[in-house]
Design a protein around this ligand. Structure first.
Ligand code: NAD
Ligand code: UDP
Length: 324
């Protein structure tokens, strides 16, 4: 039997999706990248366009689509708070209706389907670090709910299609991930601080900067995602994928100033509502079941990311398109 698979990556032109497409194309698979370019641009996959085993489809995953595939990685969803709060109703539809559409396709094609879920399903957690068994503390009514609750509902749909229809699923809960090709205006902390430091602008620290996050370099993350898809059918997840090394936002700001040799100042702005105070993955399950753990240190990953930000012209990147 051929080991070459027909693989659909929804959200395939995005930050993580484009790297995933690259890795799958390199392995010789027949890759379809589906995207509506809400938070991305074709330049992310430009280098793949003349590869015979790569195809780009402009499509919105909230609308049905018929394709014949063996595997689906469902990544389509705005991921940065500024992007997902831009049109919260659309964000919720993308997670929920998008999940129904990819699960329907997987059921029809008997394809394996992986959901890119998130640490946001834990909300503002009271348990540290967060194991998969923790049920989370999400505010269903707040500004982050369109994303958090959409991803939670998508996990529910994946489990129900699996139980009812025997769809072969995988669920990964991705923690904060960074690296080259992050959208420079996505408002995430790593992209904001690097862009600001390189431009000599003030670094916008929200709150007193004592809140922590654990940042995973994109290569480590993509490695974990592919391992999960290729792993045994008995292990469907959810599984946490992230780097357990936590850092405060103040220390991150100082580290980026140091690495960019920037004279920018750090200024404090109000903390956004429902901003989680701490977030750190417990990756015991990923280590045990997938033999996976991150290898890239934050300083090294930031250096690569900074080098990429130096190489681009932010003028070529636009904020999300209205009317989506
Ligand atoms: P991204 O915004 O760069 O990528 C998302 C992609 O989905 C973009 O190309 C966007 O245009 C596309 N998209 C959005 N709505 C769509 C729709 N309705 N139809 C088709 N395409 C659509 O973000 P990313 O960081 O690459 O995130 C990818 C996935 O991983 C998302 O599902 C996100 O929730 C998840 N995730 C990412 C992180 C992280 O830190 N990067 C953390 C947790 C979860
Ligand atoms: N943050 C910040 N300055 C910024 C952007 C974000 O201090 O310019 C903080 C934000 O309040 C949060 C953390 O950095 O505590 C991570 O934010 P991000 O939007 O990257 O991701 P989140 O984990 O909140 O989804």
């Amino acid at each position: 039997m051929s080991t070459i698979k027909r693989i659909l990556v929804t959200g395939g032109a995005g930050f993580l999706g484009s790297h995933l497409c690259e890795r799958l194309v390199e392995r010789g698979h027949d890759v379809i990248c589906l995207d509506n370019f809400f938070t991305s641009q074709k330049s992310n996959v430009a280098a793949l366009l003349d590869r015979p085993n790569f195809e780009l489809v402009r499509h919105d995953i909230t609308l049905p689509i018929f394709l014949e595939v063996d595997e689906i990685y469902n990544l389509a969803c705005p991921a940065a708070p500024g992007h997902y709060q831009y049109n919260p109703i659309k964000t919720l539809k993308t997670s929920v209706v998008g999940a129904i559409n990819v699960l329907g396709m997987a059921k029809r094609c008997r394809a394996k389907v992986l959901q890119a879920s998130t640490s946001e399903v834990y909300g503002d957690p009271e348990v540290h670090p967060q194991p998969e068994s923790y049920r989370g503390a999400v505010n269903a009514l707040g500004p982050r709910a369109c994303y958090d609750e959409g991803k939670r509902a998508a996990e529910t749909l994946f489990m129900d299609y699996h139980r009812m229809n025997r769809v072969n699923i995988r669920v990964v809960r991705i923690f904060n991930t960074y690296g080259p090709r992050m959208h420079p205006f996505d408002g995430r902390v790593v992209s904001n601080f690097i862009r600001q430091a390189l431009a000599g602008d003030d670094l916008t620290l929200f709150g007193d900067g004592s809140q922590t996050r654990s940042f995973c370099y994109r290569d480590d993350l993509i490695d974990g995602v592919i391992r999960m898809m290729d792993g045994p059918d008995e292990f469907i997840g959810p599984v946490n994928l992230g780097n357990p090394d936590a850092v405060s936002m103040l220390d991150l700001a100082k580290m980026i100033l140091d690495l960019t040799d920037s004279k920018s100042k750090i200024v404090q702005l109000p903390l956004p509502p429902d901003d989680p105070a701490r977030r750190q993955p417990d990756i015991t399950l990923a280590c045990e079941k997938l033999g996976w753990e991150p290898t890239v240190l934050l300083r090294d990953g930031l250096q690569k990311t900074i080098a990429w930000f130096r190489s681009i012209d932010p003028k070529h990147y636009r904020p999300p398109t209205p009317n989506y």
